[in-house]
Design a protein around this ligand. Structure first.
Ligand SMILES: [Zn+2]
Length: 93
């Protein structure tokens, strides 16, 4: 059984408990209620110029993209400053 929690994430119930998993391939990222982004593939891009002149004043801002290690699907993204901790959404079953 599974329950969608985002476009590409779901809570999947297995014999070993509930896990946050990729909706595309089923890759289990973390137990429900635990941070999952550290298990994803991280890509950081500069936001400088990404949106035209709107971002030219924040040269250090980055876009983080979190990809599935199983299939490469984009799972989530966030804006941050370098070295900032991940914005963890704690999802409980
Ligand atoms: Zn996947």
């Amino acid at each position: 059984m599974s329950r969608p929690i985002a476009a590409n994430l779901e809570i999947r119930s297995t014999g070993k408990g509930d896990h946050i998993a990729c909706r595309s391939c089923g890759h289990a990222l973390a137990p429900a209620g635990q941070p999952w982004k550290r298990q994803a593939i991280l890509r950081e891009l500069s936001m400088n110029g990404a949106g035209g002149k709107a971002y030219t004043g924040a040269r250090e801002a980055i876009l983080r993209q979190f990809g599935c290690p199983g299939c490469g699907a984009l799972l989530d993204s966030e804006m941050a400053l370098p070295g900032e901790p991940f914005l963890d959404d704690i999802v409980r079953a």
